[in-house]
Design a protein around this ligand. Sequence first.
Ligand SMILES: *Cc1c(COP(=O)(O)O)cnc(C)c1O
Length: 391
Amino acid sequence: MQEDIIRVEDYYNPEIFSEIKEFSDSKETPFVVIDRRIINDHYSDLVENFPFAKIYYAIKANPGNEILSLLRDRGANFDVASIYELDKVLNLGVSPERCSYGNTIKKRKDIRYFYEKGIRLYVSDSEADLRNIAQEAPGSKVYVRLLTEGSHTADWPLSRKFGCQTDMAVNLMVLAKELGLIPYGVSFHVGSQQRDIGAWDAAIDKVKAIFDWLRDECDIKLKMINMGGGFPANYLTRTNDLATYAKEITHYLKDDFGDDMPEIILEPGRSLCSNAGVLVSEVVLISRKTTTSLHRWVYTDVGMFSGLIETLGEAIKYPIYTERSGEREECVIAGPTCDSADIMYEDHKYGLPNSLEIGDRLYWFSTGAYTTSYSAVEFNGFPPLKQYVIG
Ligand SMILES: *Cc1c(COP(=O)(O)O)cnc(C)c1O
């Protein structure tokens, strides 16, 4: 169980971590602390590694105002999924030209709302939606979302539900033109926390085929590729760093498009925010199910319904840090609610120190994305997961 020993320095600059810890010591658990300096660094990293790309932040990863305003000040654009997210960013002074409506599933009246607020860039993956866009957001730019494979190598797949096959994508772009819209480009999302860089290669090849077909057969010149998110964060399962992703993906783009490179959009969520967050929790109870049981159950004051839903199917394995040390024993880790689905890790048994006691704090690393935004409102009366922002 050596691999379960989580060391701070593998995940955070130790000085920053001690600031986070100091800040958190006086606060009642559970909560997430976000350090904006880390998001800022990740943003710089992204811009340096993809100098040719426009960044559209996927707000759902972490919609905290302090995070949105940081990214606003850094010049980011925003991938908006609902009228509520739209109001949020517009209220922070982001201009509508910096927003896209990136959800393929939208009510007609919400399209109208976006259009009235000035948004002119829309995604679609179906005829019915495209016709709604043509009516409610006339003359806008539309890009079509492709179905992608490779879900088995993404820890949190976004396949099946979104996008359409190549033939449909071509037809939709042709129809967009007929309906008076501007057929603008193609998007895909290879799946969140995508560990296989080759997934981008396959998707870019498909995009290239669509670009060529539309140019040669339909006299439509697309201008943009939206490569979505999928870039990784540091969890228990390690991945390549962003520079490696960028190098490979740039190479795939050059291979297919050469000097005729379209406008490139990226929509990062997880890779910007995850590593900036530490979720601080407390051990509520430790027990065994039989007197001879070889493993303990550790119940914490945070669970599936208070921010850790991405542990569903044990998909995302967060590094869990404790200040206790010494001999370790395999543990099942579960949340505090009266629902038996509220078990985070049972197959993968984390090794936690035998010296761990009720009342000790557990620090869940890399929890800056998809935690607070996923937290339930009032299950068993527990309030939504709190977020503090420092830095
Ligand atoms: C969720 C989402 C993203 C962000 O994906 P990450 O893997 O978190 O970077 C980007 N684009 C779209 C359309 C999404 O739905």
